[in-house]
Ligand binder design. Structure first.
Ligand SMILES: Nc1ncnc2c1ncn2[C@@H]1O[C@H](COP(=O)(O)OP(=O)(O)OP(=O)(O)O)[C@@H](O)[C@H]1O
Length: 602
């Protein structure tokens, strides 16, 4: 029950409504108990005592009864359903809000499928319980209690016999549920394996086709499809074994009761009407008894789902605002970034950054070069406060990051990550995402700055083009330019481009960089593997395994031996060879000139 209490705030306001719904269902059930009594009256009094004149009244009474019963049934469905949906609405919003507040650390550890299933399947289970199952469980209890009481009023000896046979049916129902529940679970698992194979195949269709692995994929899918079929057959087998057995047990108990009832009727200890009414009551109890296992199961499943929901709702928020966090001033915020001896480790064991020092005054362009895994992305993730700095000092305008209100701080920044993510929406919407209520002029200006305007206007639907899931339908470089426009529209104080132009051709990249120079006062961080992306930076840091091994301007770094010059030499080998050849009066042709135009550091 503790776990349900933890979700109290979401159903607290609905408690009275849920109680009303349960009351309607119980009244609906209680009215059902009147039928056997009516039968008894019909047989013993109307027929037994030849009072046929009462038949029309009895019929009218039955019509009223079924109408009132139906009304209570409707009220239960209506009130319970609405309450359940209101609870689900609150819970869904709370879960979604929580997901927005959870940090990168949480997402590093979470699986998308798992989170989606909490938001959908677990929540649906809880909604279903609140809307229906809780009422049905109470109704199950009232059926058994009220039914037994009515049976006792008819004949206590027969009731006693029934009480001996009924638990056998209940026991079998629980056993059946014990077997069928794991079987259903294995069906769900097999289904999820089958759908994930299909989903991966659709998402990775380009890889599958380009590797010519269609038949492998078909084989993989049919194997999982076969497993799904097998699980369904196993379940059908359990069903086919248990159901007749349960039915037989129930019918056997009816035979015993029939024998005993017949004996009592023959010896005038029971009227025929009472016997018929008694059997009506038995039917009233047997039905719910068969579902005993189901109710237990639903309860345990809902408890497990509620545990998972509470687990998510109570997740620790690693990054949150201090109570006295400062508002980030609209105008006064300059974006002067300082890293002082900043070290960082994700797991507390492996050091990813070792004593990073950096001073980037407003308007400065900082370049970062380094091999894969050297810590470049980590450094800028610390700057957007994706993770907290534990060793060293990271300040903006002289204040620690955690002194500012997080959402306002991030509003003054813009990041373009290595992996471009575009929403399934129009290009307008994708660029406007960076700003609340962006105007058309602002969108176009940002697109022009990101060198995206020309290709967008050449698309048949222009800015109205709906980009597919993850930006499908656009080239890598086009996607990157839309992502850059999305960042630039914010006119951020701090702009971070994490390998954001890797898929853009050099000429366009050069134009984007020229555009960046027009951003007055914006502190820019550029992470790149290409020297051409960094050469205009005011300071370039070369990182190796989290340590800054070189720093300086492009010209300074070229003048010193070290990894920067080495990278330059590798990337411009052709150009340098051509230069040497030219100096020696060697071959010179048009292709050499074309190559130099492409490669030459501007
Ligand atoms: N979320 C994470 N959890 C644990 N370790 C991480 C995480 N992100 C990165 N790392 C590790 O930290 C190290 C630095 O990664 P980082 O992404 O900062 O490198 P990078 O220089 O940006 O590399 P690349 O140029 O390939 O993007 C790597 O060893 C990486 O495996």
């Amino acid at each position: 029950m503790e776990i349900f209490k933890a979700l109290n705030e979401y159903y607290r306001d609905e408690r009275k409504t849920i109680a009303l719904a349960v009351l309607c269902l119980t009244l609906n059930t209680a009215l059902g108990l009147v039928y056997p009594q009516l039968l008894r009256y019909l047989i013993d009094v109307v027929i037994g005592e030849n009072r046929y004149g009462q038949v029309p009244f009895l019929a009218l009474f039955v019509i009223v009864l079924i109408s009132v019963k139906a009304l209570f049934g409707f009220l239960y469905g209506h009130i319970g359903g609405r309450a359940g949906n209101r609870v689900a609405l609150r819970l869904r919003n709370a879960l979604y809000r929580k997901l927005q507040n959870l940090s990168f650390t949480f997402y590093d550890r979470s699986k998308t499928g798992d989170l989606m299933s909490k938001l959908t399947a677990d929540l649906e289970q809880f909604r279903h319980f609140v809307a229906w199952e809780f009422g049905h469980f109470i109704n199950f209890c009232s059926c058994i209690i009220l039914g037994s009481l009515f049976m006792i009023t008819i004949n206590w000896q027969l009731t006693l016999i029934a009480m001996v046979t009924m638990p056998v049916i209940g026991f079998m129902a629980v056993r059946f549920q014990d077997r069928i529940h794991p079987a259903f679970r294995s069906i769900r698992e097999a289904l999820s394996r089958m759908t994930s194979a299909a989903q991966e195949n659709i998402s990775g269709v380009r890889t599958v086709k380009s590797f010519g692995r269609e038949s492998f994929e078909v084989e993989k899918f049919s194997e999982r499809n076969r497993l799904y079929q097998d699980k369904n057959i196993e379940t059908a087998y359990i069903w086919s074994r248990y159901f007749p057995a349960m039915e037989m047990t129930a019918n056997l108990s009816l035979v015993i009761l029939m024998g005993a009832g017949g004996y009592l009727a023959l010896h005038k200890m029971l009227t025929i009407g009472e016997l018929v009414a008694f059997f009506g009551m038995i039917g009233f109890i047997i039905g719910p008894l068969w579902s005993l296992g189901y109710h237990i199961n639903v309860y345990t499943q809902t408890k497990a789902a509620a545990e998972r929901l509470v687990d998510l709702l109570q997740q620790y928020e690693h990054i949150r605002n201090k109570p006295d966090a400062l508002a980030v001033p609209e105008d006064g915020f300059r974006g002067h970034v300082r890293f002082e001896e900043v070290s960082f480790s994700y797991d507390g064991v492996h050091q990813v950054l070792n004593g990073l020092n950096l001073d980037a005054p407003p308007g400065h362009i900082v370049g970062m070069l380094g091999g894969t895994g050297s810590g470049k992305t980590t450094a800028v993730l610390l700057l957007i406060r994706a993770y907290s700095v534990k060793t060293g000092l990271l300040t903006i305008d002289g204040k620690k990051l955690e002194d500012y209100r997080l959402e306002q701080l991030r509003e003054r920044m813009a990041v373009v990550f290595q992996e471009t993510f575009l929403f399934s929406a129009t290009i307008w919407d994708n660029i406007a995402y960076g700003l609340n209520e962006a105007t058309m002029e602002q969108i176009i200006a940002a697109a022009k700055l990101a060198q995206a305007h020309d290709f967008i206007t050449e698309l048949p639907a222009g800015y109205d083009t709906v980009v597919g899931e993850r930006g499908l339908g656009l080239s890598g470089g086009q996607k990157q330019r839309i992502a850059i426009a999305r960042a630039l529209i914010r006119k951020p104080r701090i702009l971070i481009l994490d390998d954001a132009t890797s898929a853009v051709d050099m000429e366009t990249e050069h134009e984007i960089q020229m555009g960046l120079r027009t951003l007055r006062g914006t502190t820019v961080f550029i992470i790149a593997h290409r020297i051409s992306s960094l050469q205009h930076a005011d300071e370039i840091l070369v990182l190796e395994e989290g340590t800054t091994v070189q720093r300086g301007t492009h010209a300074e770094l070229l003048g010193k031996p070290g990894p920067y010059r080495e990278t330059y030499r590798i990337q411009y080998a052709d150009y340098l060879d051509d230069q040497q050849a030219e100096a020696k009066g060697g071959l010179y042709d048009e292709s050499t000139e074309a190559r130099r135009d492409q490669a030459s550091p501007a």
